[in-house]
Design a protein around this ligand. Sequence first.
Ligand code: ADP
Ligand code: MG
Length: 529
Amino acid sequence: MQEKYPRIIFFGPGRKAQVPAREYGNKAAVLATMANLAIPVPPGFALNVSICEEYFRNNRTLPPDLPDMLQEGIRWIERAMDLSFGSGRRPLLVSVRSGAPVTMPGVMDTILNVGLNRETLRGLIVMTGNPRFAWDSYRRFLEQFGTSVFGHNPKVYRTIVREAMAGEDIDDEAALDFHSLQEIAGQFEKVYLRQDGRPFPTDVGEQLACATEAVLSSWMSPRAEQFRRLNLVREARGTAVTIQAMVFGNLGAASGAGVAFSRNPWTGEPGLLVDFKFGAQGEDVVSGDMEVATQDEFRQRLPAEYSALQKIAAQLEREFGDMQDIEFTVQEGSLYILQSRSGKRAPYAALRIAIDLWQEGIIFRDEALRMLENIDTNTIVLRRVQSANPPLSWGISASLGVASGRIALTPSQALRFPREEGIILVRETASPDDIEGIDVSDGLLCARGARTSHAAVVARQMGKVCIVGCRDLTISPERHLCRIRDTALYEGDFITLDGETGAIYAGVGEVVNERPDALIGILQSLKSG
Ligand code: ADP
Ligand code: MG
C-alpha cells in the first residue's frame, strides 16, 4: 500500500515542513509550525502514528525499517547541531518524546538526555567545561531510562537521591554538588545490576531504540488507558514519537526550565503566567515535586528571556488563535520553546479569554462564539468562601471554584468514601497515577507542586478545585492523619478549599456566588451580532 504520509518527517531551522497532527501527533505538528515561524525550537524528527499502530498489530514487534529511520533522523539532527551522537568529543544528546494527536499531558513516557555513557559523558565535560552539569545529566538519564524503559522501581532511585540530599543537608535537588552527583550516578549504575541484572546499554544506538520502544508501548500503559477512558478520548490510533536535540536548563545559573500560560487560565487576565525553575530540566517543573521560582524572580534574573517569551507567546496566540500553554527551556541565556498547545482553562477564564481575543482582533466573532459553545455561561459564577473563621492556611491556587468534602489521604480511600458528601484528596504531591482518585474527588490539595504540575493540569481539566504547594501541610497516611499548621485533621474530617484565594478552611465553608455580569453583557451583544 502506498502511504500518503512519510513514516518520518524532519523539522528545524531552514526546513519548511508540513506536519499534520493527525499523523505525527500534536507535539511534532506544533514544533514544526514554530520552526517554520523562526521561533527557536531544537531540531528534530517525528515518526508517524502508523508505526505505533503497526507495533501493536504485530504483537509489540518493532518495524524492520525502524533502525534505518532512526539513523536517518539522527543524521539530520547531527548536521543541524554540528554534534555527533555517541561521540566522545562533541556528543549529541536527544529527547525521545511521546505525543498523540490528542494531548495527554504527563500520561505517556518521555526520556531525556539519551546518548550518555561514560565516554560521551567525558565528551560533554570537555565540550562544556562543566562537570557538574554533565554528571547531573548522566544521573538523570540513568534514573529515567531505568524506570521508564526497564521498569525499575522509582523508589530505589529516589532513596539514593534523598540520602545524598540529607548528606549535604539540602532540600532542593537542583542544589546537589558535583561530588554528590557523581556519587549518585555511580550508585545508579549499580542499580541496573541489582534490579534484574539487565545491564545499562552503553551503546547509544541501543539506548535510542529502547527509548523509542518504551515510548511506543507507553501508549498502552494502564495510566494511558485510564486517561483515555476517563476523558472519553475516542478515535485514538496511537502515539507518534518525536526525537529532538536536547537543550539544557541544568547547564548553569542563567539556565532553567519553565511552563508559561499566555494568559491566566483561572481568571483569563491578559499577561504571561510563568512557573520557572533555575538549574533544572523540564520534568522538574511539571512533575510537581519541586519548589519553583516566582514569576518576578524569573523576570528579574532573566529580563531578556522574559520579554522574548512574551513576544513568542503573543505570536503563538495569533498563529493558533487561542490562549497557549508553553513549555520552554533557557540554556545559558538562550530561550527555546519545546511545546505549545491550547491551554486548559476554567469556565470563567474561557469567557474572558474568548471576549478579549476577539476585542484584540486575534479571532473573529464566530470563533469567539464557538469557543464558548460548550460552556453554559448562565452557570458561570465566581465562587468564594465566606467564613467567620480564618483559613487554616493558604496554598497556591491552581484552579477556581470552591470544594468541600471529607479528607481522603489516598486515592483508594477516596474511592471508598460516599461521593454525595464531597471528597477532598489530600496528597504530599499528586501524580497522574492518582487519576482515579482525583476523578471521584471534588478537590485536590497538595503539600508540594506548582500550578503547572501535570496533576494540577489534569485536575483542572477534570473540573476539580485544586490547591498545590501548601507548605504548612504535613501528612501521615499510615496514621490517617494530616496537619495544617497546628490543626490535626483525620481522614474523614471535612475541609473546604477556596480556589480563588488558595485558602483552606476546616469544616464546610459557606459559599457566595458572583456573576461576571459585564462579560456576559458583551457576550450577548456579540451573539446578537
Ligand atoms: P509530556 O508530554 O509528558 O509533557 P514532554 O515530551 O513534553 O512530555 O517532555 C517532558 C519534559 O521534558 C517537558 O518539560 C519538556 O519541555 C522537556 N523536554 C522534552 N524534550 C526536551 C529537549 N529536547 N530539551 C530539553 N527539554 C526537553
Ligand atoms: Mg510536555
